[in-house]
Design a protein around this ligand. Structure first.
Ligand SMILES: [Zn+2]
Length: 105
């Protein structure tokens, strides 16, 4: 049985809000930010609602830590391969994105 559309829409809004709160809290309470990301994940799973591509770049897929460039993540442009490399400072996990994809933002 599929859930009504508005439930998914609500989950999507909630996830977005959590990411916004994570951003706001990061400076003073970075651990809170991580908790918001965890919560966003739970909601995403519960409602079978994927976290959008845009938001996926804001946290580590491995340790779920909130990513702030230069603070919790190192961002390196690999112009040779036309991609951007994100390296999580907490768990050293790496994630790469195509350059063209990044430019759309
Ligand atoms: Zn990590």
């Amino acid at each position: 049985m599929s859930r009504p559309k508005w439930v998914k829409k609500m989950a999507e809004e909630r996830i977005k809000k959590l990411f916004e709160e994570a951003k706001e809290q990061f400076e003073e309470h970075p651990d809170r930010s991580n908790r918001y990301i965890e919560l966003a994940h739970k909601i995403s799973k519960k409602h079978n609602k994927k976290i959008s591509k845009e938001l996926k770049k804001k946290f580590c897929p491995l340790c779920k830590s909130y990513w702030v460039p230069g603070n919790t993540v190192k961002v390196r442009i690999d112009s040779e391969n036309n991609r951007i490399v994100y390296k999580c400072i907490k768990c050293k996990g790496k994630r790469t994105y195509g350059y063209s994809e990044e430019k759309k933002e």
